[in-house]
Design a protein around this ligand. Structure first.
Ligand code: ZN
Ligand code: FE
Ligand code: FE
Ligand code: ZN
Length: 275
């Protein structure tokens, strides 16, 4: 029986101002945990001034490039170089010209804002009390559809993020809202991420839920795995559980990325029995 973990494709650095430790510590943590491959995917710079408190500046970007390339070429784990870029209205002006100029292995596309509301930030939690939850999910998925339509990104990050603090919509409504958007994700040739960061949030659940993941599987949308680590101890967090979830949804493979191209690799049969 193999005990290989999948690659961890969602790892932050201190340049985003809300992650701790040195990137080398994350690499050491991956090595210790047996994570064979990892991709740094820090929050992308946004020179238009979008949400500047949680990302590197464009001036710091060369430091990011240097920092990650210094960690490459070692033995295990294999270190990849990526970015988590936000989709928001107006993001294209910069991303369309900037992303293709970089040598990224992968680009995560994430929605963290609905209009000017950073709905997943604890400081803005009270806003949830003043909105219709189902309507909010609908607006969020509208943005995800627009994200997919840009063809700028490779992987949808934390697909059902609005559940972060426990704000859920009923399954019928969620399916009706998500299904047509996932058609667009599939048409864009994008993958989705099984993000274990949700387990460390009030919702206590991997993004996306089994229901949403099954909708992805029905559309043959490929998957990758990400811890969304903002500290070294989170690298590869609960990946056994994430692989189980993938298997439960009917997945037998995940994607391995190089230079923004995904290639299928078989899912290892890990964590299938409780330990
Ligand atoms: Zn972050
Ligand atoms: Fe994110
Ligand atoms: Fe992230
Ligand atoms: Zn995140």
């Amino acid at each position: 029986m193999s005990c290989a973990l999948p690659a961890d494709y969602h790892i932050h650095t201190f340049l985003c101002k809300h992650a701790e430790g040195m990137p080398a510590d994350y690499v050491a943590a991956a090595r210790a945990r047996g994570v064979p491959e990892m991709c740094f995917a820090d929050h992308a710079p946004a020179p238009d001034g979008y949400d500047p408190g949680v990302r590197m500046s464009i001036e710091q970007f060369p430091e990011y490039v240097e920092m990650i390339s210094a960690l490459r070429g070692g033995t295990a784990p294999h270190v990849l170089y990526g970015i988590e870029a936000d989709y928001y209205e107006g993001c294209r002006a910069f991303l369309e010209s900037w992303l293709p100029e970089q040598d990224f292995d992968l680009v995560l596309g994430s929605v963290h804002y609905i209009n000017d509301w950073g709905f997943d930030h604890p400081d803005n939690l009270a806003v949830w009390d003043s909105v219709d939850v189902t309507e909010t999910w609908r607006k969020y998925f509208d943005l995800l559809g627009a994200l997919a339509d840009t063809r700028l990104f490779d992987i949808v990050g934390h697909l059902d993020l609005p559940k972060k603090f426990g704000h859920r919509t009923e399954e019928g409504a969620l399916t009706e809202i998500a299904a047509p958007v996932l058609d667009r994700v599939a048409a864009a040739g994008m993958a989705v991420e099984l993000n274990t960061g949700g387990l460390r949030c009030p919702v206590g659940e991997i993004y996306p839920s089994l229901l949403v993941l099954e909708l992805c599987r029905e559309r043959n949308i490929p998957i990758v795995f990400g811890s969304d680590a903002h500290s070294a101890d989170c690298v590869g967090h609960a990946f056994e559980q994430a692989v189980n979830l993938a298997a439960q949804a009917g997945y037998t493979e995940s994607l391995r990325f190089r230079a923004r191209k995904g290639a299928p690799v078989p899912l290892q049969s890990i964590g299938r029995t409780a330990t």
